[in-house]
Design a protein around this ligand. Structure first.
Ligand SMILES: [Zn+2]
Length: 423
């Protein structure tokens, strides 16, 4: 790939952000405390077009949240604002506010590319006729005309679409002013390490200076709850993906900072020790998106505050329960709620702060913790949005208690286990 200017991403980044743009300071405080503890991590505020649409917020609101937090805490380190999961149709609203673009081309995977483009790609890949042994590793990739052709049929059109979005942003922003991520996580099937290799080959040929890539990993990455899947399989795949990335940087002259991006990365507690170990083994960077977890901490903080805060938390649950189908539909591929395990809203009305907080807070060892309850509240932010001033007023009134929950959750349950000393 020819060398193209780009804004460089730092090695370890944590994707934060929140539905109502009120927790920027509490989030940045977590990153600041992590740095004080010796962890070289930087924040990326992100919010997807989907969430802006549901809440009726604007990309500029997220930029304002980030800039305000940075000024308030006198943050001098790099930080980024991510236009998360955008496409050609939605990117224009994010040009002024963002300096990080997550090009979502999942909808273009599995669609047949033009025959000449596919033939050219396969021809180019003929130099890998057979097995690729990644030097210094035991990883072998099945790379031949047949697998290259299959990868082209699955991903070439999607990568071409990513190229169109990338060039569209370049024209308006200047190539040197932003970070590019390509995401294919919201597809039906996970991508194998060999497919990741071919995708990176296509991205290099398309001239995209990609710095983070979000494949779909094996297993379920449900919103706000723990990983569901085969840990050994995940470990093998993640390990091989890291090898493929390091190899592809050299092979295709991709940006040296290129790293994996884990979406719906919040609360995947069983994966963190694996990820932590593998990052150290490969001396690799990582981006993890965790925005959803902060909204849940807001509700926990409100419930903990009691009074009006607890009433609001209960109203969010009752509202979400009553509009189950509507609220869960946009998240169908990333939630798994056992309806019969949801508490009845008429019972929840009588709950104390402690009962509500324990059901919601992600402490797997607590028998009162209910992942079904947690996932339903996760998609219930539309109910809070509809409360308007009542909700925002409560956030202000309980700012300290909510902020403490937000900071502690990010620092202790996320940043330290992922990036900190291995435990
Ligand atoms: Zn995603």
């Amino acid at each position: 790939m020819p060398s193209i200017p780009f804004l460089e991403i730092t090695k370890y980044t944590i994707g934060v952000g929140d539905r109502f743009a009120h927790q920027g300071v509490a989030q940045l405080r977590a990153v600041q405390q992590a740095r004080e503890a010796g962890l070289d991590v930087h924040p990326v505020w992100n919010k997807s077009n989907r969430e802006h649409t549901i809440i009726h917020s604007k990309p500029d609101d997220l930029r304002a949240e980030a800039d305000t937090a940075v000024a308030a805490l006198d943050w001098k380190e790099p930080y980024y604002v991510d236009a998360d999961h955008i496409g050609l149709k939605t990117v224009d609203g994010f040009i002024a506010a963002s300096d990080f673009y997550t090009l979502d081309v999942a909808d273009f995977t599995g669609k047949t590319p033009g025959t000449s483009a596919a033939a050219e790609f396969v021809h180019d890949m003929e130099r890998y006729d057979g097995l690729i042994s990644i030097p210094g590793t035991t990883v072998r990739l099945d790379a031949n005309a047949t697998t290259a052709r299959a990868a082209a049929d699955k991903f070439l059109l999607a990568v071409q679409e990513a190229g169109s979005i990338y060039r569209h942003v370049c024209k308006q922003k200047g190539a040197e002013n932003f970070v590019t991520e390509v995401s294919m996580d919201e597809t039906d099937t996970p991508q194998t390490p060999a497919e990741l290799f071919f995708i990176l080959a296509m991205i290099a040929r398309e001239g995209i200076p990609i710095q983070t890539i979000a494949p779909k990993f094996t297993g379920r990455f449900n919103k706000g709850v723990n990983y569901v899947g085969d840990l050994a399989q995940f470990e093998k795949e993640f390990d091989e993906d890291l090898c493929v990335i390091a190899f592809s940087i050299r092979e295709f002259n991709l940006p040296g900072a290129l790293k994996l991006s884990v979406h719906s990365g919040s609360d995947k507690f069983s994966l963190y020790p694996i990820i932590n170990r593998l990052l150290k083994k490969h001396d690799a960077g990582l981006h993890v998106k965790t925005a959803g977890t902060t909204w849940l901490e807001e509700v926990i903080g409100l419930a903990e505050a009691g009074g009006e805060g607890l009433e609001i938390a209960k109203a969010v649950y009752a509202g979400a329960h009553g509009r189950f189908d509507e609220l869960t539909a946009p998240y169908a591929t990333v939630i798994d709620i056992a309806k019969e395990r949801l508490p009845a809203p008429r019972d929840v009305v009588g709950w104390t702060s402690e009962q509500f907080v324990r059901a919601l807070r992600h402490v797997c060892s607590d028998p009162a913790y209910n992942p079904n309850f947690r996932q339903l509240i996760h998609v219930g932010f539309k109910i809070a949005a509809e409360m308007g001033q009542r909700y925002l007023g409560a956030l202000k009134a309980s700012e300290a208690i909510i902020g403490r929950n937000v900071t502690e959750n990010l620092l202790e349950r996320h940043i330290k286990p992922i990036f900190g000393p291995a435990v």
